[in-house]
Structures are given as C-alpha cells and as structure tokens.
Design a protein around this ligand. Sequence first.
Ligand code: MG
Ligand code: ZN
Length: 221
Amino acid sequence: MDDIIEIGEGEHLDIELELDFLKENERLARENRDYLKEKGIKAIDVMGSVGSGKTTLIENMVKKLKGKYRIGVIAGDLTTTIDRDRLAPLDIETVQVNTGKECHLDARVIRKALQKFEDVDLLFIENVGNLICPIDFPLGAETRMVVISVTEGAYTPLKHPYIFLGSDLAIINKIDLAQAVEISMDSIEKDIRKVKPGMKIVRTNCKRGEGIKEAIEALDL
Ligand code: MG
Ligand code: ZN
C-alpha cells in the first residue's frame, strides 16, 4: 500500500491567493533592498526556531561590533517585547515588530520598521521563531542566516530543507549540550551540506560567547 500523500504544486487550497501575496512581498523586498543600499545599511535576516539562540547570538555580535558599526535591531515576535528589552541596554537602536498571529515577518512590515531608524549602518532583523514560512518571505536583507540548536534534535536540516537552501549561513548553537542530547555535530553538518552543498556553517555556544568571532567572519562584518 502506498501510504504517503504528497501535496503537489498548485494543490494547496489557497494557492492563488498565496502566489499573489508572495509576489507582492517579493516586490516590496526589492524596494527594501534598494532603500537599504541607498542608505548604506547592511541588513541580516536572522531566522530559526523559538529558543534556538537568535537573540543571544545577536546580543553577542552587537557587543563585538559596536565599535565598528552603528547597529540597529528589528525584533520580530508575536506579542512580547522580551527580545527587544534584552537588547535595549546595549545602547543601540531597536524596533519591536509584534505580528500578532502572523508567524513570520514580511517585507511590508520591514518597510515600516526601516522608517524608524535614525542612524544605522548594520541592521539585524530577528525573525519570528519558526523554521518554515520566514524563508518564503524575503525582507530585502542582503544576507539570510538560520540558527538551529542541537537540542532541536538530529533531523532539523533534513526536515526543514528550504530554510537551509535559502540561507547563506547556518549556525549550530548550544554545542556544549551535544553530548547530553547525544547528537553528533558532524552528522548535523553533513545533513546541512546534503541539503545545500558548500553551505557556510559555524558552531557556537552563544551563552558563553564561543564561535561569535567565527560567525562575524562568516558574515564578512
Ligand atoms: Mg529571540
Ligand atoms: Zn508564517
């Protein structure tokens, strides 16, 4: 018995609607990209699950890069300001975007957020915690990265191939816990490269600040 149902292209119930708004998002993302370029702002879209370590990574990179760049952060979340409040003491420009029930940021909301910044040349955009739809909604950032942690299990790269395919850099965080959860770092890296050959990968322990220098280098900052 063939017991696998695969939903083919064009078979999603809301496909026409979806194609329309994806196209509109791409148009707005191109506008954002032009705007960012014109203003000389380098933007990085940081994606990953809730609890993978996106905020901690950004926090650590900000501390190391503050002398070199005027940094801004857009913190995306459904309803809370937890991440923005954590970053605020770093004395950088921050804008909170609360998406309500929306599970990703989109180019339209980023366009609005960009107007709030006064003087930045490096912008981290922390996307809503989610490994699925953010990748379908480019924001206009020139670099996209995905942060996963070993505690999410061994199969994240194979189960979420699209977010890896669409990212320029993958961070594997919480490497200090790999042994405790019996995860092989080498096999996670192998799986990522199975999905996207040649992918840049950096291992971090963001809590302790390990691998931050390497992540900064991988982003050419
Ligand atoms: Mg966060
Ligand atoms: Zn979504």
